[in-house]
Each structure stands twice: as C-alpha cells, then as structure tokens.
Ligand binder design. Sequence first.
Ligand SMILES: NC(=O)c1ccc[n+]([C@@H]2O[C@H](COP(=O)([O-])OP(=O)(O)OC[C@H]3O[C@@H](n4cnc5c(N)ncnc54)[C@H](O)[C@@H]3O)[C@@H](O)[C@H]2O)c1
Length: 369
Amino acid sequence: MSSSKVAGKASYKIASIPADGIGPEVIAAGITVLQKLAATLKTFDIEFEHFDWDSAYYKKHGQYIPDGGLDRLKAFDAILFGAVGAPDVPDHISLWGLRLAICQPLQQFANVRPTKVFRGTQSPLRKCSTGDLDWVIVRENSEGEYAGQGGRSHVGKPWEVCTETAIFTRHGVERIMKFAFETAQSRPRKLLTVVTKSNAQRNGLVMWDEVAAEVAKGFPDVTFDKMLVDAMTTRMVLKPESLDTIVATNLHADILSDLAAALAGSIGIAPTSNLDPTRENPSMFEPIHGSAFDITGKGVANPVATFWTASEMLAWLGEKEAAKQLLDCVESVCEKGIVTADLGGKATTVEVTNAVCKEIEETLSTEKA
Ligand SMILES: NC(=O)c1ccc[n+]([C@@H]2O[C@H](COP(=O)([O-])OP(=O)(O)OC[C@H]3O[C@@H](n4cnc5c(N)ncnc54)[C@H](O)[C@@H]3O)[C@@H](O)[C@H]2O)c1
C-alpha cells in the first residue's frame, strides 16, 4: 500500500476503474465530490489514476485486465470501481473478466453493503421511516455459489450436462462469520442475523450454521439469530426494524442486498465495499448497481450510491470523520429534494453532484467567505 504522510497529512492514491455503462458517469461524479471534500477539509490529499479496463478494451484486446494489471493495482491504497457489463458481451464474461478477476485474487473476501433510508427519501414500505431501516449486509465474497467451480459437457447437445458447484470451506466461513460478528459488535444494537438455507442445502450450509454458533461464543455481547433465506425476504419487508447486521452467502446476500436497496428507496443509493480485512491488498469500492444500459448517457444516473461508496472508502482508509461529513452532506442534499428520477426527483447527475459540492463548501469550509 502506498498511503503516505507529509507533515501529518495523509495522502491517498486511488485506482479508478469506471468501466461500462453509467460507470464513467457516476465515478466522475464521485471523484469530483472527493476532490472537493479534500480541498475543503485540507486534512488529507487524494489522487486518482485512471484505468481504461472496460468492455471496449476487452473487445479490442481479448482481455479486460492486461498482463501484470493486478500487480499494478496492488500499489494503490484503494480501488474505486464503476460497473461492468455491456449489451454485446455475455455477462458471465464481463463479470469474471473484470470484477471477480480483481476481488478473488486480491482476497477481498468480505463484501459489505450498508443500507438505510436517507433523510428526505422514502421507502416504498408504508410503515418505514428514516431510522426504521438501517442495516449492514455482510456478503461472503470469495467462494460459495460464485466459486467458479463446475463445467459444461456436450455443449448444445440434447444431453448437455452442466454443474455449478457451491464451495464452502471452514476457513472461508470462519473468517466471514468473525468479520460479521465484529461488524455487529461495532454497531449500537449488537444484533446479527445469520441467513442460511440449511434445510435444503444440507452440507455446506449446515457447516455454515455450525461455524456461526462456534464463532458466536467469542462474541457474548452480540445477540444473533438464524433465518432461512426465503423467510428472510418476508422479514425484511414486514419487520425491517427487527434487523441490524446480516450475514449471508455470496448468492443469498447478492439478492438480499438488491432487495434491501430497493426497500431503502432505490438501487441508485446503495454502496458496496469489497474488503481484504487483512489489509494485505487494496480493497475495492463500488456502487451496488450495474451498468444500467437503459439510462446510460442520459445524464440521469443517481450518483448517491457512488458518493456513499466514496464515504465508505474514506472510512476504510482511516478518514472516519471526513467519511461521516461527506455522507451528512449527501443526506442534506437529499433532504432538500435535489434527487434524481429514481428517487422521485428531476435533478440530473451533474445537478446532484454540484449540490453536494456546494453543501460541502457551505458546511465544511473553515475559510471565511
Ligand atoms: N458490479 C457490477 O459491475 C454489476 C452489478 C450488477 C450488474 N452488472 C451488469 O450491469 C448490466 C445491467 O444489469 P442490470 O440491468 O441487471 O442491473 P442494473 O443495476 O444495471 O440496473 C437495474 C435497474 O436499476 C436502474 N439503476 C441502476 N443504477 C442506477 C442509478 N445509479 N440511478 C438510477 N437508476 C439506476 C437501471 O436503470 C435499471 O432499470 C449487466 O451487464 C450486468 O451484468 C454489473
């Protein structure tokens, strides 16, 4: 890692990979806001190096990441990622070619997805106001259903056979459970829900439950319960206030976190951190959403997910106060009704970005006007 301190001021080097669809639009917005924050607070410096690894690069070169690319990423403090996926490249090629090709080798095994109803925004749930839905979903990010194990034989024949094998290792489950209990412990309610499907998946997920119970012994101050994933969907909708921290497998959490984002108002606000908790490798931060072909280039993509992502990145880098201040500014802008269409507003990506920059300037600047 390369963060350096000059005269007590930390300086961060960030690799930016905007990639496809609305990725470049929201990452540009995120960088604008981060640079504004750094220039206003003057407590840290942040610089970006851009990587043009996207589906156009893939179509030209036959690979998303050039040879030696991962080693280049290791020199950065963090990675800010947009979204990958193009209409003319199969999704499994783009996902495995870029996003998973970074997460897996860099051992970003903990995927963290906070969700809450922002001040000034509305949940589609009738009885859910700000404060009633405030969750952190911890997703296992290295194995499970997305381990990449399996194959196809007799392709295209009527007798074609395909296997998609979920992998659960004791090591992988222990480390994600420990991370989830620590996350729950760090939050005021100290409440963890372990999502499972051990009634039907009687091998890997039975071990998943056993390991959860074992790890729980080391966290006597954390209350934990267990939910089958199907029942979990109804609890998220009907009793959102009963949940706080949630841990689930790679597939289950992938699905539940999109539901969570929608219940909080829009997929356009939700962030993701792909963390290597050992800090041996840089972690990667991205909005939850994909490349959103339907709105690409229209200037209406909600940049809030990327702003929250940027805030999570700052917190991970150690700038906790700046992270909180950034998120407060974003919420204040939402509260003023300056929001994009997915949140019921009329503002463009640039208008929301400018409003957040103005809020930063007005509320955080220490210089007299
Ligand atoms: N992490 C990633 O890179 C990632 C994640 C999900 C999907 N994808 C890829 O993205 C492509 C499109 O996938 P999809 O349509 O299933 O999901 P998507 O998240 O791109 O879009 C789903 C819906 O949400 C809307 N939406 C998404 N982000 C928004 C934002 N910031 N503001 C306003 N509206 C927003 C879109 O307009 C669309 O209607 C596919 O190629 C898929 O593989 C990539």
